[in-house]
Design a protein around this ligand. Structure first.
Ligand code: MLT
Length: 267
């Protein structure tokens, strides 16, 4: 994959990877991660499609130049990538927080979007309990507790059996998570707390929506995803057994196949 850096309003160094040819798909990572998470899937997809993998502003090699950033600000930054790469239509695949951003992107730039794939993500806002949990985490991170926060959070993203059998992979994700600065962590958590509910956008959506759901996902429980996955008029729904929140690592072949089918359908 080749690396590119452009400027946007919130990121003077906005980094993305690009490879392949043909219809365009953008793979958005979640929290606390960076574009690296999607590299294996992206490499495989790039034999059939043009694949763009950004580091969301504040992650990986992308800077975040604004305090109090919103998910809409992030969506505007992604639009700058589309402009610089001459993209007029794309499928956006968003993992978790990346999915929240892709929903904001679709709301702001509907004409650009050919399909939306929500990988362990949701269109609803945080409830009060979730907001309070995030505020506690923000206090912990601001008081020097990034490591305990990451070391507790990351293993819980995986199916328990998978985490037990793949300790090296979980450790690698902890190391990736630790690369995210305290400032970015706090900014992302605040942006997620403030995001609006977008479930009401789904019934009117004229694009296909894909739902990848992990049976043992503790961040986006099956029940939450099931309530939403029939709201749009065309839904591709897959529920993975023995899978948590990280199917690109837990079930890479199955996820690749489902993404390929969905992207083909969208174009
Ligand atoms: C993510 O994976 O992006 C986050 O866990 C999402 C969240 O905290 O809601």
């Amino acid at each position: 994959m080749r690396s590119y850096t452009i400027q946007s309003a919130i990121s003077s160094n906005l980094h993305f990877r690009k490879s392949g040819e043909g219809p365009v798909v953008m793979l958005l990572h979640g929290f606390p991660s960076n574009g690296q998470l999607w590299e294996d899937t992206g490499n495989r997809l790039s034999s059939r499609f043009t694949v763009i993998i950004p580091d969301i502003p504040g992650s990986g090699s992308s800077t975040l130049d604004k305090e109090d950033v919103s998910l809409e600000d992030m969506a505007h930054a992604l639009k700058e990538i589309c402009v610089s790469a001459g993209i007029e239509k794309l499928v956006v695949v968003g993992h978790s927080m990346g999915g929240y951003i892709s929903l904001a992107f679709h709301e702001l730039f509907p004409d650009l979007v050919a399909g939306l794939s929500l990988v362990h993500s949701s269109a609803s806002a945080d409830n009060d309990e979730k907001k309070e949990t995030r505020r506690k985490s923000i206090r912990l991170i601001e008081n020097g507790g990034k490591r305990p926060f990451v070391e507790q959070m990351i293993p819980a993203l995986f199916d328990e059996g998978f985490a037990r059998e793949n300790p090296g992979l979980v450790k690698r994700q902890i190391a990736e998570g630790m690369q995210l600065s305290e400032r970015s962590m706090v900014a992302f958590y605040k942006a997620m707390i403030n995001r609006p509910d977008r479930t009401s956008n789904l019934p009117g959506a004229t694009i296909p929506v894909q739902w990848i759901i992990g049976e043992s996902d503790k961040v986006i429980p099956v029940s939450t995803a099931m309530e939403q996955c029939q709201l749009a008029s065309v839904n591709f729904v897959s529920v993975y057994q023995n899978t948590g929140h990280m199917s690109m690592l837990e079930k890479p072949d199955t996820l690749y196949g489902d993404l390929e089918k969905f992207i083909e359908h969208c174009f």
